[in-house]
Design a protein around this ligand. Structure first.
Ligand code: 5AD
Ligand code: SF4
Length: 442
């Protein structure tokens, strides 16, 4: 590396969308002549790609900025990207005056121009959006960190405005890429050896091809039929826009994974209405019934739940527990309600006390753990295909992932050890509430 070359460090908080945005930001920076380094100390430019989904997530970046404040003396420049950047905007300069750039995700297509300003010595560069932009962030070069499994963004932003959620304010309005550009990118990835592709968006089900050629289900099918592809996943879905043709596609196309993440948030239709989710418990369960009715695969279903939403009664919380029983999820991500800036539910009285939220969260997690303890036993004795992800040296096990997105670690007595990215058959010999253990066969 030439000593004249500018260096950068980047750290990512939050969801898969943020993780993948960072891969594109890194690609853009490398294309602009910067070199990535692994420690803040070695960097000229330090980027934090931030999350503001809950208060705890948001506080992380401010703690991080306080930790590295001392580095400003060495002439380093700091940039805050992502959801906290968009949400807090120029207030970040007040709170941390050593930050030189604040940019939300809807402005990343302007990154090269913002870098020029930084290089010219500007100290308050902003890329903030008022839900105006129609542009998506496409890069010549995306610095993907995994050579086998990768993401593709198909839709950015969100127009749903759920009462509790910051995303419509932090990621701008909904805008889709053309199906042609998505399929072209997927093709370039499979040509480069990728076998597992995950299509990303805040709400992939509201995908609308600007060229009018393909529905979301048709796009899934097109990616799933590319030569060389083994696994196609997508996240995240919204029950309101989740149509039956998606399930039919999963049933028909072998490479479309037998896993759907369908966030429910609450099992009570009254709470759902107050969250502006635009579906009832019954409508949600209808979508689950579609998944259970398909012929060729057993679809694994996972979800997100918020406990302690304003006004949630004990009985309504009980409806969420009974929904877990009814659906039989393979995984539940659960959170305590956290009031967020700008959102409609900020006007509601945050009526469930903190201690009660904790009690409900713990109760829900224990309940789900017991359900999974029982339901994962269905895999005992099954032979499942896994993609090899790495080795767990300490235990002498190999780490694998099933098409249902479950961790299946395994041992092999074979001389030849499978490599990362290989697909092998594994017989399940032991089950835990969150993972499986097995031995390689065949
Ligand atoms: N408080 C708690 N959880 C939230 N989520 C989104 N906004 C909030 C909030 N204000 C959860 C939802 C969503 C997941 C990504 O985060 O369950 O599906
Ligand atoms: Fe966090 Fe949501 Fe932004 Fe992802 S989109 S980084 S989860 S606030």
């Amino acid at each position: 590396m030439s000593s004249l070359q500018k260096t950068f460090y980047i750290e990512t908080f939050g969801c898969q969308m943020n993780f993948h945005d960072s891969e594109k930001v890194v690609g853009t920076l490398i294309s602009e002549g910067y070199a990535q380094v692994q420690r803040e100390e070695d960097a000229d430019l330090i980027f934090y790609n931030t999350c503001s989904i809950r208060d705890k997530a948001e506080q992380k970046v401010f703690h991080r900025l306080a930790d590295v404040k001392k580095l400003q003396k060495e002439g380093k420049r700091f940039a805050v990207l992502g959801c906290v950047a968009q949400q807090e905007g120029e207030k970040i300069f007040e709170r941390a005056p050593y930050v030189s750039m604040v940019a939300g995700s809807a402005s990343y297509h302007n990154l090269p121009a913002m870098l020029v300003q930084i290089e010219a010595g500007a100290t308050r560069v902003t890329g903030l959006d008022d839900r105006e932009t129609d542009q998506t962030f496409e890069t010549e070069f995306t610095a993907r960190t995994n050579p086998h499994r990768g993401y593709i963004t198909i839709i950015e932003g969100c127009d749903k405005f759920c009462a509790y959620c910051v995303v419509p304010y932090t990621r701008g309005k909904e805008r889709s890429r053309t199906s042609q550009s998505v399929v072209d990118e997927a093709k370039r990835m499979t040509d480069a050896g990728y076998t597992d592709i995950q299509l990303l968006g805040q709400n992939v089900n509201s995908y609308r091809d600007p060229a009018g050629k393909k529905s979301f289900a048709e796009l899934l099918t097109a990616v799933g039929e590319l030569p060389g592809i083994r696994r196609v996943r997508f996240t995240t879905s919204h029950p309101r826009d989740f149509t039956k043709d998606i399930i039919d596609a999963i049933d028909a196309v072998p490479a479309l994974c037998d896993h759907v993440h369908l966030p429910v948030q609450s099992g009570s239709s009254r709470v759902l209405q107050s969250m502006f989710r635009e579906y009832t418990r019954e409508q949600y369960l209808e979508r689950i019934a579609w998944m259970k009715a398909i012929r060729n695969k057993e679809i694994s279903i996972t979800t997100d739940v918020i406990v302690g939403f304003p006004g949630e009664t004990e009985a309504e919380f009980g409806e969420t527990l009974s929904l877990l029983d009814e659906v039989g999820y393979d995984g539940v991500f659960s959170f305590k309600y956290s009031p967020r800036p700008n959102t409609p539910s900020l006007q509601y009285i945050d009526s469930v006390a903190e201690g009660e939220k904790s009690r409900r969260l713990q109760g829900l997690q224990e309940h789900q753990r017991e359900l999974q303890r029982a339901s994962y036993s269905r895999h005992l004795g099954q032979t499942l295909e896994v993609m090899v992800e790495g080795k767990n040296g300490a235990r002498g096990q190999i780490i694998g992932r099933t098409s249902q997105n479950k961790t299946l670690n395994f041992v092999t007595h074979d001389q030849r050890q499978p490599g990362i990215g290989d697909y092998v058959q594994v017989e399940v010999t032991q089950v835990f509430p969150n993972s499986l253990l097995g031995k390689m066969v065949g």
